[in-house]
Design a protein. Structure first.
Lengths: 242, 242, 242, 242
């Protein structure tokens, strides 16, 4: 597939407009920083969408023309309308890739796809985080060294109430004594899903080159595979029965 | 764990009361037949619950004292109240085992736990079904030969819209030309889940000794593991930070 | 990765030189047919290697410049020298992709990588085979319909003594009553491995367009991911201990 | 299965006879300490075997009457005879459970079963280790809190060159900055395998009550499942072909 990949970066976009600490780091929003980083790959065409746009910026038209959707949310998960969650869910099952970032673990769409609470431990004390690769050779690790180090991050700790990942790519070490499954691959229907832990709003994580690299790798990995649509329901037999 | 296992067999119990073909095979309901089979193991204490009882027979009290819940439903999935589904969901995450049978694939609780539609192909033409073991040595296969043969069954065919099973135990061959992942293990939270395909209401499948054996094995496999409850939320560090 | 993919198709190449039924179908060898099919993708550069060449055609130089190796063997597994098996093993762990075809299930290299006997059931009676996709959306299924049908093939049946696949892509239905896990993905070290069942030497399976398509998809999927080499052994601490 | 479980604890038993630091902690050998702990469960019958006994203490008779084998080795992996490794391998595939402890990661039998080098990082500086449970509800975690803390242990760090575990039960945090997949479940043939990381010979790890508990849980989890033996080879069709 040499063709263009259409990516939509969705962001709640509230912290950046109400908290100076956040806007100092992401003046045009976390989505803008991520979009800009992805745009370096000329094969990726990026647009953004945010909570307070009509239909949260996720109209049928936008979603139907999105190959991979990124999701960052935190304080307003409850404001995401169920009808839009249904729409995203359907698109993922139909093949759209989904990259869930950081506090997006608690979004309705991630909970819906996982079937669990997606709850976890957390602490905002600027722990050091070191993400170790435990799936060497996985496409999402392209170009990385043997770990990613982030000087200051919010801590997320186990238990992380998710299904066992189909592929566990990263496990984080935190200076405060915890570990966390911080890079996790799933497939649901025809869609590929990647959860990636780092990215607290008060810290410059999305400016980190390795974090940007992982997100770009994940986008390419999650690209839809063109193939037949599933056929469900009552079906005649393919062989003469008995 | 030598102690008694408390099992609740839940059944929609509608077909048996409206369709003579079904009541001829399961005069007191599918749940009664399954319960009777399980009762042969004196370490298992069984009760039943059905849709038309108050709270569908699944009060807090019943669920809290249930180690493993079995679920058979078909024509009335939509009548199961969401509040009861929430309750069962919570109990599974807290450790209760769940065995989902046949058309229960389309129940609200299974869809909730899987995060997918759980849709599939089907055909009611009394195909021959042969369930091959692909996880030899798994506790759910205890006492079986190398496959289970069922002379007549409803066909379920792929694609089966579920997450890839953590352990795939059985794959079915059907005389009409299809295959199906017919025995699938999952864990969600502290709970173990097993989906087992056979069991069409118009056929004597639940009288089949190997089918009964699989269900009894699955009940033992899905028994809760006593261990600490998960601790979520804001948490102080275990180590001196920096 | 827009760069060229270097592929080596390895074949035992004995049947074709001793059995007219085989040479009628694959006059220049199974490897030549597969190589020709792969060559349609201009981003793939193919060469071949066979058992009776010096070092089985798999010199250090050849292997070190191979991104993905395909392996077909049958009657002469025992003649493959252990030193060459070691060499291939090392290269797979270092990132080279490996596609094991049909009777290659019983090759030394596949057994070494799997850690099991890789034994199975078989029958040469020209069963009909239908390979159902059970991992919709997987890159290896690109461009396929919902199943692949092969009018005549050797039957392989369960139990197939392999570790549970990391991703199970295809399950085969056979007219004689068996099923088989016929498309299975693994990773070992940095290398990706795909086992693909069809391809009996007396049948024109490798001329089948869908079989060719799967093999080409698998080659692209198994391409190495450029990333840091693993660092093993005694290592100083990254943090001040205590 | 209320019947007795027959367990054999195998130990290299060299450090204890040559190094006073080790014999001070394990005067009769690591195997004796583990065996004694397991014996508290009256349903478990334990014996031990060591490298320097004839046939390493693993005669056909011993292995054939062993339900679960535990393996501790370190400095003399190369002295374990290949014929004995073959014998153990065969028994595992036939259903015998295998618990591989600590430096046993580099034993011939574990490498054979995994198909990889099983290499890793290490450091002997008495790091603090904290094993976090990432598979809550798994039988091997019975009776545990949310983590196990070991004040001083040898560090093992990623990359750990193993296949992705079928179930990852524990991940270790080390004070020096590393993480490690320290509790990993596999099945091979009919046998269940559990790798458990802690247990350096110069430290009293096997006297730790939670470590003893995990080992006992693992033994019960790895018990063989009585079921049909696999049937391989040429086989007549079950259905009339065409």
């Amino acid at each position: 597939m040499s063709s263009t990949l259409h990516v939509t970066v969705w962001n709640e976009y509230r912290h950046e407009r109400s908290d100076q600490r956040v806007s100092a780091i992401y003046p045009e929003g976390i989505h803008a920083t991520i979009a800009q980083a992805l745009s370096k790959d000329t094969a990726i065409q990026v647009r953004t969408a945010t909570l307070d746009e009509p239909e949260h910026g996720l109209t049928e038209e936008v979603l139907n023309s999105t190959d991979v959707l990124l999701w960052w949310g935190h304080q307003a998960h409850g404001e995401v309308r169920d009808a839009i969650v249904d729409r995203v869910h359907k698109r993922v099952l139909a093949g759209m890739g989904l990259i869930v970032l950081h506090s997006g673990h608690y979004s309705k769409i991630f909970q819906r796809l996982m079937g669990t609470t997606c709850n976890l431990k957390w602490r905002e004390e600027n722990d050091k985080e070191r993400l170790w690769i435990v799936a060497p050779g996985h496409p999402i690790t392209e170009g990385l060294g043997e770990y990613i180090e982030i000087e200051h991050e919010e801590m997320y700790g186990e238990p992380f109430d998710i299904p066992a990942p189909e592929t566990l790519v990263f496990v984080s070490w935190f200076s405060g004594g915890e570990i966390f499954r911080s890079g996790a691959c799933y497939s649901r229907g025809k869609g590929k899903i990647f959860y990636f832990r780092p990215g607290h709003e008060t810290l410059p994580t999305y400016h980190h080159p390795d974090v940007q690299r992982v997100i770009a790798n994940a986008v390419r990995w999650a690209a839809p595979t063109p193939s037949a649509s599933p056929i469900f329901g009552n079906t005649p037999s393919l062989e003469k029965s008995k």
